[in-house]
Design a protein. Structure first.
Length: 187
């Protein structure tokens, strides 16, 4: 699933099963190159490096005020938000839907998936309130632990891992949860 290969099962449909093409340009492109491509599609371009690695996104408005000879790498929005092809359509719909870039676990662009947002279910308002309280508790614990210092990603991960284990998750469950959260697959 992580590489966009066909899958079977009752949990889908998966984003990898409904990909659309997305306009791309090479990481060595200039602002002028991007303008030409955007004139024909009037959409967003995904900047890809060697091997199809998605390294950025650029919209037409981002090019305003830049010379055609400027490097696109200096203008683009780096490190675009992506999801894996194994994410279910329902999960993305529950997360607000929209259009998302779909990549392999190593960042290779597969395409784009568009999903309508799920209709609001008032029965889940209580779940969202509980989530908001839990998030506030976690953020408070992080602030208490690190104070004004900005923790490194490794320090933050270790802290969250310890907290999850203390709350009853196994070390493996905590690792899996943090991996999913980091890859964008966590709820």
């Amino acid at each position: 699933m992580a590489y966009g290969l066909p899958v079977e099962g009752s949990e889908g449909p998966f984003l990898g099963q409904q990909l659309s093409e997305v306009d791309t340009c090479d990481a060595g492109a200039t602002v002028g190159d991007a303008r030409k491509l955007l004139d024909s599609s009037d959409d967003t371009l995904v900047v890809v490096a060697e091997g199809g690695l998605a390294v950025g996104e650029v919209e037409g408005s981002m090019l305003d005020g830049h010379d055609d000879a400027d490097r696109l790498l200096d203008v683009m929005d780096p490190v675009p938000t992506t999801v894996r092809p194994s994410v279910t359509v329902a999960a993305l719909a529950e997360g607000g839907g929209g259009q998302r870039l779909v990549t392999t676990s190593d960042g290779r662009l597969l395409g784009v998936a568009s999903v309508e947002p799920a209709e609001h279910d008032h029965e889940h308002d209580h779940d969202h309130d509980a989530y908001d309280r839990e998030l506030a508790d976690v953020m408070g614990a992080i602030e208490e632990r690190f104070g004004e210092e900005a923790p490194s990603e490794a320090d933050l991960r270790a802290f969250l891992h310890e907290r999850l284990v203390a709350e009853g998750k196994s070390a493996e469950e905590a690792d899996r949860f943090l991996d999913d959260l980091q890859s964008g697959e966590g709820g």
